[in-house]
Design a protein around this ligand. Sequence first.
Ligand SMILES: [Zn+2]
Length: 212
Amino acid sequence: MAPALSANVLVLNKFYQAIRVVNVRRAFSMLCREMAEVVHIETDPHTGQARWQNFDFDGWREISQLKAEFEPDGFDWIHTVRFQIAVPRIIRLLGYDKLPRQDVKFNRRNIYARDGNRCQYCGKKMPTTELSLDHVVPKSQGGRSTWDNIVCCCVRCNVKKGGRTPEQAHMHLIMRPVKPKRSPVINIRLADERYSSWKQFLDNAYWTVELK
Ligand SMILES: [Zn+2]
């Protein structure tokens, strides 16, 4: 089923630190090869208390049968010929003890996502094809290619600004550019209720995650 297959799974290292996000296929492949286990978190609707349970693939398959019967709406489902299995939200790599990357990758996609595809001078939101990247302090004046000196900019503003600083061009940034604390992709997922169990692993800004 397409919606289930497009879901994402948060991957933790052995110490329960978020390290990346993978697609469903990759998550099941790691579960089947016993490289990972499911970390299932259920929140009691009355007390609000979270209960953690860890399952290997067979255990998760068994639990899935119960969930399919009693909470079919609480999960995304993968249907095979012989059985159906719930898509886990979080898995934990049993033998992986490396620490998470601390940096969000500095690339065009993440800069556009940070700026919400909005020109940082005129504030207009535009399709990616109509945007370019602008060095706030131009390279010719010693400006560097860093998170705090590169912004999304529409073609029109880019031409208007030319090789000048915003002050020299009498233009104003709508926001001061800073380095994002976590991958913009994670932020989009967090807005979705289905991924609420990810929050406790991501609240610390130190745990920034990269989409693979
Ligand atoms: Zn503009």
